[in-house]
Ligand binder design. Structure first.
Ligand code: KG4
Ligand code: ZN
Length: 336
């Protein structure tokens, strides 16, 4: 059963064809990162206009690469939230038009649920398929959530960030250090192999399973000001050491809390999902510190893509969860 996935929630225009929710036939992503980098962050109107320009060529490329005709698809799955309203509208309108024209079921997918379902996609070297109950750590630009998943589509939120999301903290700290945008990949790159003499603060929020990263960001800001690092200091040794100390603190908190919660809820596995799960330091540390199997999609399936939306769409279709023509974009859509 082949599903076409469409993803335009933020600054990536993506289309993919996935078979039976697990095998990728095509997975095309057009990133707008270079356009937004000029502004130091995402400009919503530019993002939606860019989606309009790219979405049809990306769709055509995904279908051609998969070698499938639209008529042979089982359904069209599309992200309808959370995300930027103007960006979401582009994908949702295209999905509705295709579903109407080709008489196919339309499936609205929660972007965060999509990130989780990237773990069902078969990949070389993958450590098996997910087994319930499992604990999922979703770490993206807008979210840091600990979610207990007891079955397909059944979620219980156990923890969340109280302020900045992990990815947001990476982006803001990179900006403070003058390292550019997006912050996650650049911090990972400069921090690789760097030893930090700085021990940055960790917000443990004793007694509950939430996260907080804004204090850490403020600590970086103060340290940077005290050391006289400015926006032009991208290559300074001090900026690199602060970046390494920051990454170490984020990874320490994410891993320690996730492993502790997994033990308390007696889950079978830990899953990582979302853009920050592409971070090698986080991936390796989680695997090293967990006595349970840890499943993590390959880095390209952690950051925004449409294969994860098609994978999730397959399981929703199997559960009979089809959307109506009144399906709307929901910028603030929640998982639970
Ligand atoms: O999931 P995603 O692609 O988009 C959202 O749904 O938000 O996540 C984007 C976030 C950005 O904040 C980006 O800086 C971060 O993921 N990110 C990383 C890495 N790659 C992307 N953070 C740390 N290390 C990385 N390698
Ligand atoms: Zn995402």
């Amino acid at each position: 059963m082949r599903i076409l996935g469409i993803e335009t929630s933020c600054d990536e225009t993506a289309a993919a064809v996935v078979e039976d929710g697990t095998r990728i036939r095509s997975n095309i992503v057009a990133s707008q990162v270079e356009i937004h980098a000029r502004y130091g962050g995402i400009v919503p109107e530019i993002a939606s206009r860019q989606h309009l320009l790219c979405v049809i060529p990306i769709l055509q490329k995904a279908l051609t690469e998969a070698g499938v005709d639209i008529n042979s698809l089982a359904a069209i799955a599309v992200t309808n939230g959370p995300g930027l309203a103007g960006s979401l509208l582009v994908g949702v309108n295209l999905a509705k038009s295709l579903a109407l024209a080709y008489d196919l079921p339309l499936i609205g997918v929660n972007h965060l649920e999509g990130h989780i379902y990237a773990n069902w996609i078969e990949e070389e070297g993958k450590n098996g398929l997910p087994e319930f109950p499992l604990l999922c750590l979703i770490v993206s630009g807008g979210h840091t959530d600990l979610v207990l998943m007891e079955d397909h589509g059944q979620y219980r939120q156990l923890g969340r960030t109280r302020d900045d999301a992990a990815g947001e903290a990476f982006d803001k700290v990179a900006r403070i250090l003058g390292l550019g945008y997006p912050g996650g990949p650049v911090i990972e790159r400069v921090a690789k192999g760097a030893l930090s003499p700085f021990r940055l603060p960790r917000a443990w929020l004793a007694g509950n399973d939430d996260f907080s990263f804004s204090g850490l960001k403020t600590a970086v800001f103060q340290m940077t000001r005290d050391q006289g690092i400015t926006g032009e200091s991208a290559t300074s040794q001090m900026a690199v050491e602060i970046a390494a100390g920051f990454q170490e603190a984020v990874v320490d908190v994410l891993v320690t809390k996730t492993v502790g919660v997994a033990r308390r809820y007696s889950v079978k596995q830990i899953l990582l999902a979302g853009g920050v799960a592409a971070n090698d330091e986080l991936r390796q540390t989680m695997i090293r510190c967990s006595s349970l199997p840890v499943l993590i999609p390959s880095p390209v399936l952690c950051t925004d893509n449409a294969a994860m939306i098609a994978a999730c769409g397959y399981f929703r279709l199997k559960a009979g969860k089809i959307s109506g023509w009144d399906m709307d974009v929901k910028p603030g859509l929640k998982l639970v």
